[in-house]
Design a protein around this ligand. Sequence first.
Ligand SMILES: Nc1ncnc2c1ncn2[C@@H]1O[C@H](COP(=O)(O)OS(=O)(=O)O)[C@@H](OP(=O)(O)O)[C@H]1O
Ligand SMILES: Nc1ncnc2c1ncn2[C@@H]1O[C@H](COP(=O)(O)OP(=O)(O)O)[C@@H](O)[C@H]1O
Length: 190
Amino acid sequence: MTPKGKVLWFTGLSGAGKTTIAEALHAHLMKVKCMAVVLDGDLLRKGLNTDLGFSAADRSENIRRIAEIAKLLVHNGIVCIVSTISPYAELREKAKEIIGQELFSEIFINAPLQVCEERDVKGLYGKARRNQIASFTGIHDDYMPPVNPDLEIRTDLLTPDESVRKIIVWFNNLVNTGLVGLQQIDWHNV
Ligand SMILES: Nc1ncnc2c1ncn2[C@@H]1O[C@H](COP(=O)(O)OS(=O)(=O)O)[C@@H](OP(=O)(O)O)[C@H]1O
Ligand SMILES: Nc1ncnc2c1ncn2[C@@H]1O[C@H](COP(=O)(O)OP(=O)(O)O)[C@@H](O)[C@H]1O
């Protein structure tokens, strides 16, 4: 079968669990010899997207660039785990258009704002509440939850392990029904 990858597009508030789940899922996929990469918005903003801030226009450009990279990767049969807030429905629609509907799955990493704020992994919610950072998603800027995501993970109700397991079960089902053809690494024949 021709390998066809998949873009697993994680969306959710800061602190919802996107990075934690993306890294664990990536580790699992590599363990089972499936070529996978993580594109993390926060990390890309330190390099490729260092010129961008958090205005609506900059978030849109951020998502456009990430979607273009994901498109290149997925067309080479690579599973691409995208981990960005991508707060507006129109941004996620645009990403889906760039990548192509059948290669794109939207995964809502969902925890209520109050839970994310209590976690405050990076201290950013505290800073946002003190107005030390502007346009913070959930505080001064909107987050529009997906209406009909392909999968929703409630990280306030599940442990990180349970969350990753739920995605793996769902993903394995896509593979078994032929909707994803994996690019497997055969280290013995490289
Ligand atoms: N104003 C504001 N709003 C939201 N997030 C902020 C902001 N300033 C900095 N950060 C940090 O940037 C990370 C989000 O980057 P993204 O590229 O995912 O954002 S977006 O999709 O373009 O909206 C986000 O990372 P995560 O916490 O991993 O989601 C934050 O750590
Ligand atoms: N089910 C879960 N899935 C992922 N993270 C969880 C879960 N339950 C609690 N957490 C915790 O929530 C925090 C999420 O942080 P992080 O992954 O950086 O979020 P994000 O990338 O969305 O900003 C971590 O401290 C993680 O241990």
